[in-house]
Design a protein around this ligand. Structure first.
Ligand SMILES: Nc1ncnc2c1ncn2[C@@H]1O[C@H](COP(=O)(O)OP(=O)(O)OP(=O)(O)O)[C@@H](O)[C@H]1O
Ligand SMILES: [Mg+2]
Length: 253
């Protein structure tokens, strides 16, 4: 393995519910190299989102260690975690998590404030991320004026504008029709081709086939970790040619 991006060792996570401790992760060991594209699968409640939150420095393990690109993050303070997250991680959620009152451009600009960029370079970066995602004529639309697929592309632009090393997506295509979902997967495969490490949580085996490797969780442990066979691997751009096009780019009226 080349440079290690994600190094998880004996990680556990317990959630406290009053007097009860809910064990969500029960000893995860996982190593992901820089530049890999990995799917995480497993039944509901198996700990996928809990693991993603730890990988993305939104939360800390109860026990065990987590190194993100050689940096030990288990022991960091909240503000140190936030700093690492802003610098290294882009998050994409199933429900897009865009701010309704802001335009596409403003949504993408927002996290760049925390990167200490000036207003001009924030705007330039945000605009070029949106252009890369095919949204040059939607810069000033608010989320409710965009289709689901377009909203998810805004969310990806927001995640990648800060040039993260690690992109984490939790069910990014779950709320989308099959064509919009495939377009999102094409974007992830493009990020992967650029050398960015991409981790995608999915319930859908066909989404997982767009990754190089599939890690399966059950009851808070890794139960399988396999490379996708070349004959099973799906290239999103090729799948897109087999799907019917949407009228006028599928833009919601
Ligand atoms: N904030 C919390 N407080 C208490 N228990 C929690 C909390 N978050 C998650 N859990 C519990 O931890 C376990 C793992 O939850 P997690 O959200 O990681 O599952 P998941 O694999 O992402 O499921 P899904 O596929 O439904 O999104 C579940 O049993 C869940 O009920
Ligand atoms: Mg989840």
């Amino acid at each position: 393995m080349g440079v290690v991006m994600v190094d998880v060792n004996a990680v556990t996570k317990d959630y406290r519910m009053g007097k009860i401790m809910v064990p969500a992760l029960r000893g995860i060991n996982l190593t992901i190299a820089s530049g890999e594209m990995v799917a995480i699968m497993g039944p509901s409640g198996s700990g996928k989102s809990t693991l993603m939150n730890i990988l993305g420095c939104l939360d800390r393990p109860t026990a065990g260690t987590y190194k993100l690109h050689k940096e030990e993050v288990s022991e960091k303070s909240d503000s140190q975690l936030a700093e690492i997250r802003n610098r290294k991680v882009g998050f994409i959620f199933q429900s897009f998590n865009l701010l309704e009152q802001l335009t596409a451009l403003e949504n993408v600009e927002l996290p760049l404030i925390y990167r200490g960029l000036g207003a001009g370079s924030r705007r330039d970066r945000a605009k070029s991320a949106l252009v890369r995602l095919g949204l040059e004529d939607r810069l000033h639309h608010r989320p409710q004026e965009l289709s689901g697929g377009q909203q998810q592309r805004v969310a990806i632009a927001r995640a990648v504008a800060a040039q993260p090393e690690l992109v984490l997506a939790d069910e990014p295509t779950g709320a989308l029709d099959s064509r919009s979902g495939e377009e999102i997967l094409a974007v992830f495969q493009e990020l992967h081709a650029q050398g960015i490490t991409v981790i995608v949580v999915t319930h859908d085996p066909n989404v997982a086939r767009h990754c190089q490797r599939i890690v399966r969780l059950a009851d808070g442990v890794v139960i399988a970790d396999d490379l996708v066979r070349p004959e099973d691997y799906l290239v999103a751009q090729e799948v897109l040619t087999t799907l019917p096009a949407l009228p006028e780019g599928g833009v919601k009226a």
